[in-house]
Design a protein around this ligand. Sequence first.
Ligand code: SF4
Ligand code: SF4
Length: 368
Amino acid sequence: MTSSAITKAPPPMSLLAELTHRCPLQCPYCSNPLRLDPRAGELDTATWMRVLDEAAAMGVLQVHFSGGEPMARPDLADLVRHAVSLGLYTNLITSGVLLNRDSLKMLSDAGLDHIQLSFQDADAQEGERIGGMAGAQAKKLEAARLIVEDGLPLTLNFVIHRQNAERVPAMLDLAEQLGARRVEIAHTQYYGWGLLNRDALLPDRAQLEATEQAVAAARTRFGNRLAIDFVTPDYYAERPKPCMGGWGQRFLNISPSGKVLPCHAAESIPGLTFPSVAEESLEAIWQDSPLFNLYRGTDWMPQPCQSCAFKEDDWGGCRCQALALAGQADATDPVCHRAPAHDRIEQAIAERPETPPAFRYRRYSNTI
Ligand code: SF4
Ligand code: SF4
């Protein structure tokens, strides 16, 4: 445990509110846990309202309404209106397939600030195969059109992998044509469902380089008309990403059943107790729970992180990736070239099959 358990930790900047794990799509890289929360266990509207009150009181600035598909919740517009009334910046992270003129108007009237719309591909047939939902692309295109017509700022999100990387130029063109202000070209992260499907998703280095070149060319072509965020795949990086900006430092994640997590994948770490908003206040959980203090700061770090100049840049990487690949959540993230378990990354790249295996789709019947 760090000294931050005694000194008050600064408040989180963002709250990710996973309203539900239900979703009409079945993306094989979904960031939801392998064990999906059932509808019957979801928090009710009154509890989410109270959670928003507590978040605003403790200094949270932004709320990201996410899922699953948050538009599956009939109380979404009420929750947005409440968050706006508390002065919180509100972002909706959606697949767009449940959005229509009426539901958009309710959200817009509630004061929603921004929408992040996900696409599985620029190609309709491939996108629908990857997302496991026939007819999804036309609904997404219509959703984008309605959002731009309404005047709400739109960000498109594309998750990139070996089966769609060649169409990154078409994705960037699509974002510009649809009138998005920003687009995320984000290579898959390999936790949870992504790890389960790693051989079907992991690109080779040539594919990664081609996506980097496509992004650089589009930045020149589109200039200020379209902001482009590019997320590289961990497996080809020198150092890990600062997962969630550091454990217990900037983000709170609340699962559909009310568990409060330092990141959306933290439930994959065995032996931890996850506090719930049904039993404790958000402030008490953030400041005092053993979970949030476990990997907060740098005192917990092993070598080589402990004596590394980058330890307050990347915070030793991702605890869930360390567990999945090195077998210990408190190990240095194996992505790091200095990590004792870095060979696991090299091995995964070396053993990547020539032909991608079939996807294991994210659906309740595949829940582990
Ligand atoms: S990644 Fe796909 S399956 Fe997961 S919540 Fe988003 S749209 Fe649904
Ligand atoms: S040794 Fe640890 S702190 Fe240093 S770069 Fe690697 S993961 Fe980051």
